[in-house]
Design a protein around this ligand. Sequence first.
Ligand code: ADP
Length: 365
Amino acid sequence: MNDPTARASFVSLLKSELQQQRVTPLILEYKSGDVIFAEGGPGDGLYAILDGLVRISAFVSQSSSHPLCEFASGDFFGEMSIINQVPRSASAIALRDSQLLFVSREQVMDLMERSPPLVFALLHAFSNRMRETNSNFVQTMLESERLSLLGSFARSIVHDLKNPLSIILLAGDAAASERASASLREQAKKRMHQQVERLTHMLNELLRVSEGSTQHSVEPVNFAAYIAEILDETREELASKNVRVEVQTAVPDLVFPLNSRRLNHVFFNLFGNAADIMPDGGVITIRFQQTEREIMTEVEDSGPGFPPGIVEKLFTPFFTHGKASGTGLGLSICKNITEDHGGRIWAKAEAGRGAIFCFTLSLGN
Ligand code: ADP
C-alpha cells in the first residue's frame, strides 16, 4: 500500500519542470528539531526533501500532538493546503538536519497549468497517500474496537464474579460451622470447587477474547447429566433470590458434542437475567424438544416479559435496557456460543407471559 515511488516520481518530475520553465526554487536548510511549519500557519507552498527526515504531527488535544507520518529524502509534503488554500492541518518538524526544496503555491500552480503529466503525478501520489491513510484508519479502528470489546467484556465478567464469590463465601461459612455434619461439609466443598471452576472459566473466556481467539473445542457429553449438573449448580444461588427452576419435560438422554463450560454461560446468563427481572422471586420453566438434528431448549420466566420494541435488539452487542449496571453483552455472548454449537437463539414475546428464550444445539450428525 505504501508506495514511495509514486511520490518520488512526482518530485523528480517537479524538479525537471522547474528546470525547463527556468523557475528557481528556494533551497532551505533546517537543523534537527527545527519547526518547518506549524499547524494553523499559512499554506504557502510545498516542500520536497533533498536530504533529511521530517515528521508530520497534529494536535489531538490542546496540549498533546500525535505523530501522523515521517518523510525521507525523495519525498514531498505540504501539498494539501496549497490545493485547498486553507491553513496547515499539521506541523512539520525536522527529525535530523535536512535540506528541502521549497516551491511556492504560485509556482506550483503555474507549473501544473503548463504540465498535465505533473498534475497526473501529483494526483497519483495523492491517491496513494489516501489509500495508506484509509488502511491505517481501518487498522486503528479494528484495534480500538477490540480493546473496547475487551473492556466491556471485562466489565461484564467483573459484574458476574460477584455470584460465584458469594456462593464460595456462603459455602465456606457453612463448612467452617462447628455444627456442620460431614455430608454438609462435603457438599460445601463440592460447591466451592464448582464455583472456582466457573471463575476459572470466566477468566479463560476473557483471555480468549483478548487474544481474538475463535477456538471452540467440543467433547461428547451426556445432555441429561449435564442439565442435572447445571440445575444443581444454580439451585442455591437462585433460591437465595426466591427463584426456582421447574423442568416441564423430560431432558433428552443423549450424548453429543458440546463445550459444556462455554454452554454453562448460556444457562447462567438466561437464569441470571430472569432473576434480575424478578426481584421478588418467581419461577423459571425449562422445556426441551428433540428433532433428528437438534435439541431445542426453552427457558421461560414468570417476570413481566419484554417491553415493546426490544425483542429484535436483544442479541445486539451492548444493547441493554432498564438495568443500571447492564453491559448488554450477556445475550450477544449467548448467541455466539449457541452459533458455535451449530445452533440459533431467539426470544419470544407473548401477551400475558414472561420472557421466553429458545436456543437449539446441533446433535452433530
Ligand atoms: P444486560 O443484562 O447486561 O443488560 P443482556 O445482553 O444479558 O445484557 O440483556 C440485554 C437486555 O435484554 C437486558 O438489559 C434486558 O432489558 C433484556 N432482557 C434480558 N433477559 C430478560 C428477561 N428475562 N426478561 C425481560 N427482559 C430481559
